[in-house]
Design a protein around this ligand. Structure first.
Ligand SMILES: Cc1cc2nc3c(=O)[nH]c(=O)nc-3n(C[C@H](O)[C@H](O)[C@H](O)COP(=O)(O)OP(=O)(O)OC[C@H]3O[C@@H](n4cnc5c(N)ncnc54)[C@H](O)[C@@H]3O)c2cc1C
Length: 642
């Protein structure tokens, strides 16, 4: 294959960091449970009593979910899997029900339902086939509706939202061959020309891009007329001259996803389609994701529920060594993990969504934690289900059906869930993003102490200032409600777990402070340490959400509530073991050895270890496909479903 010249915007670490930092929302206008948690202040009143949907929303939402469930029951997920395509009539059916406008306000033709109902709708839709969940989520969480709702002018809302609600599928185009986790490398351009911008570039992995009518595109506006330009968001008509969908991509999972490579060649976009100001594109994308990120937890909770059902039914039916397999301790342990974690997955999702709907709290860290934690846990759940199913776990649903057994797609669910750890912020990037917020107060207090560029005198001045902050803050971490045996008594058997969370939050803040004092500006390179700090906070959030949910469920229905207490209790026991392990690993780990070894691996020192196998991928193409600006030479793969 000929190597193409690559359009590359080569940027260093500093510019990458500065770009991310500039897009960060810095103001904290409303209180945040998770932000306080990382500071050692476990303020349960910020999330408990568990918020609930307004009565009117609940009535309309339940009615919609009833209709949606009835419709979803008529759809065939195995057909989507087999044909790797969503039938057009399924999409038309969704449009008819209003699925493409669940969160769009009624005045713009949408259903105007809150986030919590959107999450429950996604659970239903995603359980038919996760590609459907990805389609609806890419359209409504990050596609055109949400950024237009948040940042569009009145005129833009009037122009775009009714179309979106009516079934115009949309997509969000940020990624490029050379831009993944690092948007500073963005090479697509939007050059001002009269009343228009002219777009050039290639966008990769555009979920819905193949069938979209409208797309949100991020492109770099060059400096012009005294303006700084920068990465900017545009709403673009997908059939504009110069747009070509050059490839429909296929993946390990999510068969049926309409994901493409889209080329823009001299595409004219009127300035009135620009969202926000020039240079605000990344901030718009990140703010959209503040709540947009909750769709992945919804799809993960759906995955957990389905795995639980299959694990229960199969493990009672399958008898080996004289007992149902679920009665063997090794399998029972997995079933317990699946059930307890599924309870927590729903608790994290519903609490985050209800908090978002209530609007009085800042949930940007909670939503990020929900995305990170749910995607990791759901993957483990699916992996355990495959194990419980034994050989049948590895067999496809079609193959099972062909030899007369129930068509259980366990291997498919595992494949489908895998992507959640990668897109909308990979686990590694989520760790950094949340860690940035978790250590924010320390960075502010430390000032130049945490700056790699500050000189010795600046650092000395900063040390004096920081000692003032820490002299007040550190003593507060010595004692708290968690040390008082009667605290949280209203939670009954769950009280001891909440006392643990309170103590762990203070310990977490102290450990963060030790890390900060030890590494100062180098802390950002201690990714193992930061990831553990973040993961501890995620588990504490999940424990708090589970306890709060159990109380809410018991208020509604004492019988169900009692079993919810059991699930929350065992979940907290399991989470505490994980938290204890993470605390131990903060200071006892192989991080330094791993970094050195990885350096030597990259230097080729151990390449002899790769002897004895062949690499069928060698010679098949470059690692990253190049692209040149210019007209497309490929045939257009775009299609419309209506
Ligand atoms: C099925 C699918 C659908 C998608 N849909 C969309 C879409 O609709 N719109 C869109 O714009 N994009 C989409 N994407 C792109 C997706 O968001 C990216 O794949 C994701 O952001 C990761 O980027 P990357 O794949 O280039 O990985 P890279 O950025 O190349 O990262 C490679 C690895 O390095 C790690 N890494 C990178 N930087 C750091 C760092 N600083 N510190 C520690 N670790 C790091 C990453 O976590 C990862 O493990 C989709 C991708 C797929 C596969």
């Amino acid at each position: 294959m000929a190597t193409q010249q690559r359009v590359v915007r080569d940027v260093g670490e500093r510019e990458a960091r500065e770009t991310a930092e500039a897009a960060r929302e810095t103001a904290w206008v409303r209180p945040s449970f998770a932000k306080q948690l990382y500071l050692g202040d476990f303020d349960l009143s910020l999330i408990h009593p568990h918020p609930r949907a307004a009565v009117d929303d609940a009535v309309r939402g339940d009615e919609f979910l009833g209709k949606l469930k009835a419709y979803c029951e008529t759809l065939d997920g195995l057909l989507i899997e087999r044909e790797a395509r969503v039938p057009d009539e399924y999409l038309a059916g969704f449009a008819e029900l209003g699925v493409f406008g669940i969160k769009i306000p009624v005045e713009y033709g949408g259903l105007g339902l809150p986030m919590s109902y959107y999450g429950r709708a996604l659970m239903l839709i995603g359980s038919v086939h996760p590609s459907l969940g990805a389609l609806v989520s890419a359209h409504q969480s990050i596609g055109v509706p949400e950024p237009v709702k948040l940042f569009g002018t009145d005129e833009q809302k009037q122009r775009f939202l009714p179309r979106c609600a009516g079934g115009a599928v949309t997509a969000f185009l940020l990624t490029e061959p050379d831009v993944g986790s690092d948007p500073a490398r963005m090479a697509s351009t939007a050059t001002p020309d009269g009343d228009d911008y002219v777009l050039d570039g290639v966008k990769l992995w555009t979920t819905n891009g193949v069938i979209a009518e409208l797309v949100v595109v991020m492109a770099r506006v060059p400096e012009h007329d005294g303006q700084r330009g920068g990465i900017t968001a545009f709403v673009v008509e997908a059939d504009s001259p110069g747009i070509t969908v050059e490839n429909r991509n296929a993946f390990m999972g999510l068969h049926g996803i309409e994901n493409g490579v889209t080329r823009f060649h001299q595409v004219r976009v009127p300035a009135e389609n620009r969202l926000g100001r020039e240079g605000e594109g990344l901030r718009i994308a990140l703010t959209t994701l503040n709540t947009g990120r909750l769709s992945i937890p919804a799809l993960c909770a759906a995955g957990g529920k389905w795995c639980l059902k299959i694990a229960r039914e199969w493990s009672s039916e399958r008898v080996q060594w004289g007992r149902p397999v679920g009665k063997h301790a090794a399998v029972a342990e997995k079933i317990s993990f699946i059930a307890a974690t599924t309870f927590a997955l729903e608790a994290v999702l519903d609490l985050s969504a209800q908090l978002a709907d209530a609007g009085s709290k800042d949930i940007r860290i909670e939503a990020a934690l929900a995305k990170l934690w749910s995607s990791e846990m759901a993957w483990k759940i699916a992996d355990e289900l495959v194990q419980i199913r034994g050989g049948r776990g590895y067999e496809t649903a079609d193959s099972l059906a062909a030899r007369g057994e129930r068509a259980v797609p366990a291997e498919q669910v595992l494949r489908d869930l895998r992507i959640n750890r990668i897109f909308e912020g990979s686990t590694e990037i989520m760790h950094l993003l949340i860690a940035r917020e978790a250590v924010d107060a320390h960075l502010a207090a430390a000032g130049d102490l945490a700056s790699a560029d500050a000189d010795v005198r600046a650092k000395a001045r900063a040390a004096v200032k920081a000692s003032g902050f820490y002299a007040k803050w550190l003593p507060q971490l010595a004692v708290g409600k968690g040390s008082v045996p009667t605290s949280y008594a209203e939670f009954g058997p769950l009280a001891s777990h909440l006392r643990y969370v309170e103590r762990a939050a203070r310990r977490l803040a102290r450990q963060t402070f030790y890390g900060m004092s030890r590494w100062q500006a180098k802390l950002e390179h201690r990714q193992g340490f930061l990831a553990r700090i973040v993961d501890i906070g995620a588990e504490l959030f999940a424990m708090s959400a589970s306890c709060s949910r159990a109380v809410m469920l018991r208020t509604d229905d004492p019988v169900r509530g009692e079993s919810a207490y059991e699930l929350a209790g065992v979940f907290c026991e399991q989470a505490r073991l994980r938290v204890d392990r993470l605390f131990d690993q903060l200071w006892s780990n192989t991080d330094d050895s791993d970094r050195s070894l990885a350096d030597r691996v990259l230097d080729g020192r151990y390449s002899w270890l790769e002897d004895g196998v062949i690499d069928p991928s060698e010679g098949t193409g470059p690692w990253i496909a190049g692209w040149r600006p210019g007209e497309s030479k490929a045939s257009n793969q775009a299609r419309r479903y209506r």
